[in-house]
Ligand binder design. Sequence first.
Ligand code: FES
Length: 213
Amino acid sequence: MAESTVQGQKAVGGVDGGADGKAAPGTAAAKPAGQAKPAGPGLGEVFLQDEPTPQLVSTRRRIVTGSILGVLTVNFLMFLRFFFPRTLFEPKTVFRIGYPADFGFGVDTKFQNQYRIWVVRNAEGLFIIYARCTHLGCTPDWKASENKFKCPCHGSGYDSEGINFEGPAPRPMDRAHVEIDPEGQIVVDTSRLYSWPKGEKSHFGDEGAILKV
Ligand code: FES
């Protein structure tokens, strides 16, 4: 019975590496791979350890401070966004186009793309047609060979003075305000339009609608 106990202790000693705690050479019992300790705490361990070390407290502070700063930064950027609204920068509505002597009789289309106007001179004077169809707002084309404006959208036709005579357009095209500045140049303002509503009085003869030059 006593011998059996001694043999049992020897057997246990063989597994543990002996009474002095040293691992036997060639055995894996010295330090199992599954028990290897990592170099530092992982993110999950930061909040799971019971007694925080100074390093752990510092890490937690950095995370909380970073989160607060992130939220404040996003809110500040959203606040700044209100000072930069999404706007369309349209061409200016008041501009010079040259001197009256620069324009002969007929329709001049050279400012169509830049300012969406045509300059027209006839026996009465010089005026500016705003190049917008009065049906649904398309830009008509000047057909010099036919002496008329033709809208490509639904076929409205206007004579050389912008008066509608065919198609669905309900009235003539509008005219822009025009005047001479102190230097003698023509100044156009497309934010001030003169119209001739259907069945109503025409404003094409109003002061500012035509230059008697
Ligand atoms: S928009 Fe010009 S005819 Fe319709």
